[in-house]
Design a protein around this ligand. Structure first.
Ligand code: LMR
Length: 390
């Protein structure tokens, strides 16, 4: 039977990891996959994570099953960080631990499909390349609309408004809560307000992907649009990832939160997400969630984590400033947020940047700003000029 399969191309983003490793030129620069790098070019285990792992090593006395919902204390302790201390909607929220933000997206997609089989997923493009496949493979039709114009590096707000305003009641709108991947272009708070009004007026369901909280302007600021939307709408889903803000990438730790209209729906959603988790992965991997829980249970480790996350955020924004200062045509990079900015270029140009200059970025022209050092800015600009990007 397997000879009937069609071969599939390898994920081009993940293929960059191997291509970069195989390149032995000393001046190579990795602006590819979205991981943070420090001023030594390393992706370190965060200090608070090391402390929590030490703590777990000494105190964890069992690895028995926890159940499909995972570590519910982890899910609870993240809530004030994401939603604020006492949000009005707290009683309408239920959460479950998932394998990374991707697991949360997949579980949310299946929940939507089970609840409303005629719902469609509205997706602004460009988006994270895995968004559309995750939703389509959960049998949710994906309707794309133009979100950003890469030439001008501006949000196409009229296109956003037009698409959302013509959506059907019950359609789901995927929104990047902060640090848009791949463009770094977030809505202004005024635009978020208008989007919230449209969601409410047209009874659309926001599905907020919050994978970079703390890497834009700080934990509170980055959560502000999510909180504003949840105060206003009846129903919502939030896919949360701890990959980046806790540096736990390969541990796969995230959560799905579902906000329902009432208590009855909350209990139904709760039982459905647990059942869906059970058939997908049975129970999520524990270690990453146990680390996050241990950090959040300890004042000392929490303070350590917050301080290091601030350092990370400052460094990324410092790299943005350095690259923006190196070329007039790149000044937009300074006002964008998160790990990424997306230049307008062909995949042939991205390949030439790799082959001729040892500068690795996604074929789409997406750059991970955390992968550079401020001192690399001139080399990056020179390569971009040589390839006609500037
Ligand atoms: C990225 O966008 O680079 C990361 O989220 C890694 C991934 O899974 O694609």
């Amino acid at each position: 039977m397997f000879d009937e399969l069609k071969s599939r191309p390898a994920d081009s983003l993940l293929a960059l990891i191997k291509a970069f490793q195989a390149d032995d030129r000393p001046g190579k620069i990795d602006l590819g996959v979205g991981v943070y790098r420090d001023s030594m070019g390393r992706t370190p285990v965060m200090r608070a994570v090391k402390a929590a792992e030490q703590f777990l090593l000494e105190t964890q006395d069992s690895k028995k099953y926890l159940g499909p919902e995972g570590d519910l204390q982890f899910v609870r302790l993240l809530q004030p960080i994401i939603f604020g201390k006492s949000p009005t909607f707290a009683q309408r929220l239920v959460g479950i631990q998932t394998p990374g933000g991707s697991g949360a997206l997949r579980l949310g997609a299946e929940l939507i499909q089970a609840a409303n089989p005629s719902a469609r997923l509205l997706l602004g493009t460009p988006s994270w390349p895995n968004h559309a496949p995750i939703f389509s493979s959960a049998r949710l039709p994906v309707k794309e609309y133009a979100f950003v114009d890469l030439m001008s590096q501006q949000v196409k707000f009229e296109s956003v408004v037009a698409c959302l305003s013509s959506a059907r009641e019950g359609d789901v709108v995927l929104l990047h809560g902060c640090c848009h991947n791949p463009t770094g272009i977030d809505f202004t708070m005024e635009q978020w307000r208008q989007i919230t009004e449209i969601l409410v007026a047209h009874r659309l369901v926001p599905f907020i992907d919050l994978a970079y909280q703390g890497l834009g302007d700080g934990l509170e600021q980055d959560a502000a649009p999510t909180r504003m939307i949840l105060e206003a709408v009846d129903e919502a889903l939030i896919a949360y990832s701890c990959d980046k803000n806790f540096g736990l990438y390969r541990e796969r730790v995230g959560a799905l939160y579902v906000m329902t209209r009432n208590e009855d729906a909350l209990r139904k959603a709760e039982s459905n997400i647990a059942a869906l988790a059970r058939v997908n992965w049975s129970m999520p991997p524990d270690h990453g969630a146990a680390v996050v829980r241990s950090i959040l249970e300890s004042e000392e480790m929490s303070a350590m984590w917050r301080a290091e996350l601030e350092e990370i955020c400052l460094r990324v924004n410092g790299n943005r400033a350095a690259l923006a200062a190196a070329a007039l045509d790149l000044t937009f990079i300074r006002r964008q947020r998160g790990l990424f900015s997306n230049l307008s270029m062909s995949k042939e140009t991205a390949a030439a940047l790799r082959a001729r200059h040892g500068i690795y970025m996604a074929d789409s022209g997406r750059m991970n700003l955390a992968g550079m050092q401020p001192a690399d800015a001139d080399a990056i600009v020179a390569a971009l000029r040589a390839e006609g990007c500037l």
